[in-house]
Design a protein around this ligand. Structure first.
Ligand code: PMP
Length: 427
């Protein structure tokens, strides 16, 4: 990924072309946003049926009046659908309110304040560290930092975290857990292999209460015909003799309505009982009316897959357009690499080392908002300053192609400028 093979004249020509393209971009006066992985209005429309449910029939299958207090575990009929999709027994899967991020926050906070069923003391009584495969999800890292937990970076590879790096860290009893997005990871689209999941389930750790925060946010969010399956971490950990190790998170945020969906928490019977014990102080019960309308709307696991096929029809062309522009504009110059995700919500772009911050600043000045460089790394620090997360879902196709084309111009401008500044190229 350098211009080493090019002559200096050639790099100067490319730079002049990029400068001209950047001037034209600025004159277009764009206001475009590639920052967050939000569903587009067309995707939200797929779940319009929810808006008229549950109607006046507000009783759950077991007769529960969903309008009233109570029912901390969530409605069984909805848990059944997601138990099948997530490969977790119904009794070990709770349905909660709209944000799985809140479940991550609460379970971490409970562990900090009270410890887990396997903890000799509350986590917060001593320094706590978490393993953070990177690039990863910025909100995981923000939450971890917010709770005063030190983040230890390991590389996120195509099939999961670098296990050698993980093994080198878990000998420290302060290391209490690891973040993972097992399927179609944010932002790389990586899928944790069964082998790596099994190894993590069986890992010898100094901490008796080591936890895998298994955030399966994109479990059913395929972009191809292939319905990639996620390793069944709950069963793997139980078989390995570490039943309480996994906490599984999921939600319908990118299935139905991002702001009004249902979240899920899975784990061992003991983990579920632990969570319920603590959350009982925080709420009398979740929004069961919302859960009921979701159960009626989705019907069954196949109903979820059908809905996801509808999302794919909207999303896949946007990913194709994104990848095509990267290939056409950047491919010939061998100036960047990027992921080709088979699901999920992001494309992860690596530009030449030391230029990501500059690319994002150039794009911003041209009216294209990108996630800040480094956002996918703990403390916002990308050691190579090269990673940029692209979220193609929300903009219209017209806006997306304009933004991607503009981004490619910014990459070429920053890369050629850096090459010239550093004296790259044959004279
Ligand atoms: N986990 C990951 C990996 C995500 O990418 C997102 C959304 N960007 C979330 C969790 C948020 O989920 P929720 O809406 O259920 O809080």
């Amino acid at each position: 990924m350098t211009f080493d093979a090019l002559s200096r004249d050639r790099i100067e020509t490319l730079h002049a072309e990029a400068e001209q393209a950047y001037r034209t971009l600025g004159e277009a006066g764009l206001t475009l946003d590639l920052t967050r992985g939000k569903p587009s209005p067309a995707q939200l429309d797929l779940s319009a049926g929810l808006l008229s449910l549950p109607g006046t029939d507000f009783r759950a299958a077991d007769g529960t009046d969903t309008r009233n207090y109570g029912g901390l575990t969530g409605l069984t009929e909805l848990r059944e659908i997601f138990a099948e999709l997530l490969g977790i027994p119904v009794a070990q899967l709770l349905a909660a309110d709209n944000a799985s991020l809140a479940l991550m926050h609460d379970t971490l906070t409970f562990a900090m304040l009270h410890g887990t069923p396997d903890s000799p003391a509350p986590w917060g009584a001593a320094p706590v560290k978490f393993i953070c495969p990177a690039p990863g999800y910025d909100r995981h890292f923000a939450l971890t930092e917010h709770l005063g937990i030190e983040m230890l970076v390991v590389d996120m590879l195509d099939d999961g975290p670098d296990l050698d790096q993980v093994r080198a860290l878990v000998g420290d009893p302060a290391v209490k857990g690891i973040w993972l997005v097992p399927t179609y990871a944010n932002p790389t689209g990586a899928v944790v292999s069964h082998e790596k999941a099994a190894a993590l389930a069986a890992l010898e750790t100094a901490a008796p209460d080591f936890r895998i925060y298994w955030d399966n946010a994109y479990a059913v969010h395929h972009l191809t015909d292939e319905r990639t399956t996620t390793a069944e971490i709950v069963g793997l950990c139980a078989s390995a003799g570490n039943p309480n190790r996994p906490l599984v998170f999921a939600s319908t945020s990118k299935i139905t309505f991002a702001g009004s969906g249902v979240s899920f928490l899975g784990g061992s019977p003991e983990t579920i009982a632990w969570y319920l014990r603590h959350v009982a102080f925080r709420t009398i019960g979740p929004d069961k009316v919302n859960q009921l309308r979701h159960a009626r709307f989705l019907q069954d696991a196949e109903g979820v897959h059908r809905l996801m096929d509808g999302h794919r029809a909207v999303l896949a062309p946007k990913f194709e357009a994104t990848l095509q522009i990267l290939a056409e504009r950047l491919g010939p110059h061998d100036v960047a690499t990027w992921t080709r995700p088979r699901g999920g919500y992001f494309v992860s772009l690596d530009v030449p080392d030391g230029t990501a911050t500059r690319v994002v600043a150039l794009a911003k000045a041209a009216g294209i908002s990108l996630t800040p460089a480094g956002a996918s790394f703990p403390y916002g620090r990308d050691p190579r300053d090269r990673n940029i997360r692209i979220a193609p879902s929300f903009p219209s196709m017209t806006d997306l192609t304009a933004a991607m084309d503009g981004l490619a111009t910014c990459v070429l401008l920053a890369a050629t400028a850096q090459a010239l500044e550093s004296g790259t190229g044959r004279s």
